[in-house]
Design a protein around this ligand. Structure first.
Ligand code: PEP
Ligand code: MN
Length: 256
């Protein structure tokens, strides 16, 4: 699904978490009509506050299966424990390693032993060179289908949830030859900043975007402040296509 230095650009969209059949299928159908590469949606959420919504867990499997069948779109999902590999692997086309697990080397090694592509997110306080080394844990076990995701890092700046480090894109690409996806949703934490950062990431040479969208963003059970509405997403998409044209790229639309 991911490609570096090619004309293909990956657009991965969906809610922060799968909340219900209704919201996920609405997002999935919309995403399919717009033309995207893959769907996303958290099933096992790693939340800072244990009182927050933790995701539907296995109850989300059927919802995902139905939307995949309806749209034909691949599904990207965060994996939080090696014990999920077998069951989650039946519905996930890409395993995402979240920011909290970039340093979970036992998980990385287990993921290296499977054949599912990995989207490895940057730890919130990780150096880029540490992210490159983390990918080695996966690669050495035999899984070479790895893409990086820059999702912002902790800094002194409080206006945004994290600080988006766009220099990560050319830096990681030059050193690894692997694709780099940018996640402006978690990087900024503010929906009004997501769209301009999507455009900037594309102009910086990113190989794709991971974006949280929701039919009723303010009602999202997690990360409500950063989700784009379906209308916001359309506005972002229209200019993104023009920027990608200048960059000599097109969105990989699935089903192919
Ligand atoms: C996510 O993509 O759903 C997520 C939790 O991201 P991160 O691990 O970057 O916070
Ligand atoms: Mn989220």
């Amino acid at each position: 699904m991911f490609a570096s230095n090619s004309s293909r650009f990956s657009l991965i969209v969906g809610p922060c978490a799968i909340e219900s059949h209704d919201t996920f299928s609405r997002v999935a159908r919309y995403a399919k009509d717009m033309g995207v590469t893959a769907l996303r949606g958290g099933i096992y959420k790693l939340r800072t506050d244990p009182n927050s919504f933790q995701g539907l867990g296995n109850r989300a499997f059927e919802i995902v299966e139905m939307s995949k069948k309806e749209t034909g779109l691949p599904f990207v999902c965060e994996i939080t424990d090696p014990r999920q590999i077998e069951d989650l692997g039946k519905i996930a086309d890409v395993f995402q390693v979240g920011t909290r697990n970039m340093h979970n080397y036992e998980l990385l090694k287990e993921l290296g032993r499977c054949r599912t592509p990995i989207l490895l997110k940057r730890g919130m306080a990780a150096y880029l060179d540490e992210l490159l080394l983390a990918s080695e844990y996966i690669r050495r076990e035999g899984n070479e289908q790895i893409a990086f995701c820059e999702r912002g890092i902790r800094s002194f700046e409080r206006a945004t949830r994290n600080t988006l480090d766009l220099s990560a894109v050319p830096y990681l690409k030059a050193r690894s030859g692997l694709p780099v996806i940018v996640d402006p949703s978690h990087a900024t934490g503010k929906r009004e900043l997501v769209t301009p950062m999507c455009w900037a990431a594309a102009a910086a040479g990113a190989d794709g975007l991971l974006i949280e969208i929701h039919p009723e963003p303010e009602k999202s059970l997690s990360d409500a402040e950063q989700a784009l509405s379906l209308e916001d997403f359309k506005m972002m998409y229209e200019r993104l296509v023009k920027i990608l044209e200048v960059m000599g790229r097109t969105i990989e639309v699935n089903p192919q």
